[in-house]
Design a binder for this molecule. Structure first.
Ligand code: SF4
Length: 390
C-alpha cells in the first residue's frame, strides 16, 4: 500500500468514524500509521460527544487487596508477592469488613476487590489459609468476601480476581454488581522468553478471552481493557480492542474498556523499560474510541498520567474509573489518585460535567437479567432515576 493510498484510506476512515460508523481493523491500522494526532483526537472527541454528550463519570470506591499472593510473575507487577516477602498477605474476613466499612463511612459506594491469580495452585501457605477459612479455592473465598461486603456494608462489590471459570462467575454474580478482567493484550508473543508474560500462565490470551465470554453468557456486566507500553505493537493493541468489540457485539456485556499505561517502578523486572509517552497514550485512546464506537464507556486512570491527566479527556474518554478517598492504588502505589474536588475542577474546566456512577454503569442498571436479587435491592437504593449514583 502506498503512503498516498493509506492517507486517503485514513481520511475516509475518519469521516466514517465521525458519522458513527465505527472503524474496521484495517481502517484502524491505517489511521494508526498515518493520521495526525490532532485529527485523531478531534474525531474521537466528536464520536464521544455523539454517545456520551459532555458527561464524564467516576466511581467512589474503596480498594480491597484481598491477597497479594499470585501464581504469576508479570514483568511489570509490583502488587504480587511470594509468601514470606514483605507485604505478602491474605486478608481475613475481619480485615475485609473493617476496610469496607471504612469506605462506607467515607461515602464510597463501590468495593473494588483486587487480588493475585490462583495463589493456591503453587503456594501451600495460600492453601492453608483458605482451608482455615473453609475454602479450597481463592475464587470461592472471594465470592464469600463479596457477600460479606454486600450484606454487611451495602457497598456494591466489583471483583477483579484474574482468570475465572463458569462456576466462579456464577457465584460472583450473586454478590457483584459487575466483574472485571483486563484482557491486557491478545498477543501470545508477549509470553515469549524475556517478555512480560513469560512466567504468567494466567496471561494466556485465550484463557482471558474465555473468561470474558463466559461472563457474557451469564449476563454479567464486565470491565476489561488493554495495558499499553509493555512491549506490544500498535497492531497488537488494535487487535486487542477489536477482540473486545467482538465480544461485546456477541453478548452486549462489556460495560467499560480501560486503556491503562505502563508505569515503571524500581522494584519490578521491567524497571528500566521505557514508559509510553502521553502522545502515545492519547493516540491509543483515540483509536480505542473510534474502534469501540460512541456508546462504549472508555476509561483511563488519571493517577497514571500525574499532572497531565486532564489531557486524557482529549482522547475521547468518558470515565475516570474508581477514585478512592480512603485507600491508595495498590497496583500503582507510587501514583496517588487526584482528589475528587480536583478531578471535578479539571473536568469542568474542559466543558464537561462530572457525575458519580456506581460499580454498574447507568445503561446496565435497568437490565434486569444482569443482576442478582440481592444486588438489585442494594442498587435500587443507590441509583438515581438516570442510573448514576443518587
Ligand atoms: S499483574 Fe496480576 S497476574 Fe500478573 S503478577 Fe501481578 S497480580 Fe499476578
Amino acid at each position: 500500500m502506498t503512503y498516498g493510498t493509506t492517507t486517503r484510506k485514513a481520511e475516509t476512515a475518519l469521516e466514517g468514524a465521525r458519522r458513527e460508523q465505527g472503524v474496521s481493523r484495517e481502517d484502524a491500522l491505517a489511521l494508526a500509521e498515518v493520521a495526525r494526532l490532532d485529527e485523531l483526537l478531534e474525531a474521537a472527541s466528536a464520536v464521544r460527544q455523539q454517545g456520551k454528550g459532555n458527561t464524564v463519570s467516576f466511581s467512589k470506591k474503596v480498594f480491597i487487596p484481598l491477597t497479594t499472593l499470585c501464581r504469576d510473575y508479570c514483568g511489570y507487577c509490583t502488587f504480587r508477592k511470594d509468601p514470606g516477602q514483605p507485604g505478602a498477605h491474605f486478608m481475613t474476613p475481619d480485615e475485609v469488613f473493617a476496610l469496607a466499612e471504612q469506605g462506607r463511612r467515607a461515602g464510597c459506594k463501590e468495593a473494588l476487590v483486587s487480588l493475585g491469580d490462583q495463589p493456591e495452585r503453587i503456594f501451600p501457605e495460600a492453601r492453608e489459609f483458605l482451608k482455615r477459612q473453609g475454602y479450597a479455592r481463592t475464587l470461592d473465598y472471594l465470592a464469600a468476601m463479596c457477600e460479606l461486603v454486600l450484606d454487611g456494608t451495602g457497598l456494591l462489590p466489583h471483583a477483579n480476581p484474574g482468570v475465572m471459570d463458569g462456576p466462579a462467575l456464577d457465584k460472583l454474580k450473586d454478590s457483584n454488581a459487575s466483574v472485571g478482567l483486563m484482557l491486557e493484550n491478545v498477543s501470545v508473543r508477549l509470553m515469549g522468553d524475556g517478555l512480560p508474560h513469560a512466567d504468567a500462565p494466567d496471561k494466556v490470551p485465550s484463557l482471558r478471552l474465555r473468561t470474558i465470554e463466559e461472563a457474557g453468557k451469564r449476563a454479567i456486566a464486565f470491565t476489561t481493557g488493554i495495558l499499553i507500553g509493555i512491549g506490544e505493537t500498535m497492531e497488537e493493541r488494535i487487535d486487542s480492542l477489536v477482540a473486545i468489540r467482538a465480544m461485546h457485539e456477541k453478548y452486549g456485556h462489556i460495560q467499560e474498556v480501560i486503556v491503562q499505561n505502563f508505569r515503571a517502578k524500581a522494584d519490578i523486572p521491567m524497571a528500566n523499560h521505557p514508559e509510553p509517552s502521553l502522545d502515545d497514550m492519547l493516540r491509543t485512546l483515540a483509536l480505542a474510541r473510534l474502534i469501540l464506537g460512541a456508546h462504549m464507556n472508555l476509561q483511563a486512570p488519571p493517577n497514571l498520567s500525574y499532572e497531565d491527566f486532564p489531557r486524557l479527556l482529549d482522547g475521547g474518554i468518558n470515565d475516570w474509573g474508581g477514585i478512592s478517598p480512603v485507600t491508595k492504588d495498590f497496583i500503582n502505589p507510587e501514583a496517588a489518585w487526584p482528589q475528587i474536588a480536583r478531578l471535578e475542577k479539571e473536568t469542568e474546566a474542559r466543558g464537561f460535567v462530572l457525575r458519580e456512577r456506581l460499580a454498574l454503569y447507568p445503561e446496565f442498571v435497568s437490565r434486569e437479567n444482569f443482576l442478582s436479587p440481592c444486588v438489585r435491592k442494594r442498587l435500587n437504593a443507590l441509583a438515581a432515576s438516570d442510573g448514576f449514583a443518587n
